[in-house]
Design a binder for this molecule. Structure first.
Ligand SMILES: [Zn+2]
Length: 121
């Protein structure tokens, strides 16, 4: 029996740190973080759309980085890398985050799809 590509549930790895630009060596030193001011910007854009800007302010991106780098940004929320290093753990984090009132304003799907090959159907 051969393994189909969409059955590969292994972790896809981290890209370079959004803060310092250096590679992220291990999951233990990695984290995803949200910056509070980006929510304020997004909500302000929704309330008062500017004619020069696109009407859709988009979703708040998660910053990828070293745990130390993202902590220095004083993020409003951090998910440590070792809590997302398997697909079951990623699913557990997703269910946990769904309880947060701001969750659907974030680009969590982008992060999940970057880390894991989720089948389209
Ligand atoms: Zn860094």
């Amino acid at each position: 029996m051969t393994t189909q590509p969409d059955h590969d549930t292994s972790f896809g790895g981290w890209r370079a740190c959004d803060v310092c630009g250096e590679p992220i060596g291990t999951t233990a030193e990695a984290a995803l973080a949200l910056r509070g001011p980006l929510f304020e910007e997004r909500r302000a854009n929704l309330a008062n759309p500017s004619p020069e800007k696109a009407p859709d302010p988009g979703l708040v991106p998660w910053d990828w980085g070293h745990r130390e780098c993202v902590d220095a940004m004083e993020p409003m929320h951090v998910v440590p890398g070792d809590q997302m290093d398997t697909l079951p753990r990623m699913m557990a984090r997703t269910l946990q985050l769904l309880d947060e009132p701001w969750f659907l304003e974030t680009a969590w799907e982008d992060a999940v799809r970057r880390f894991y090959r989720i089948p389209l159907e």
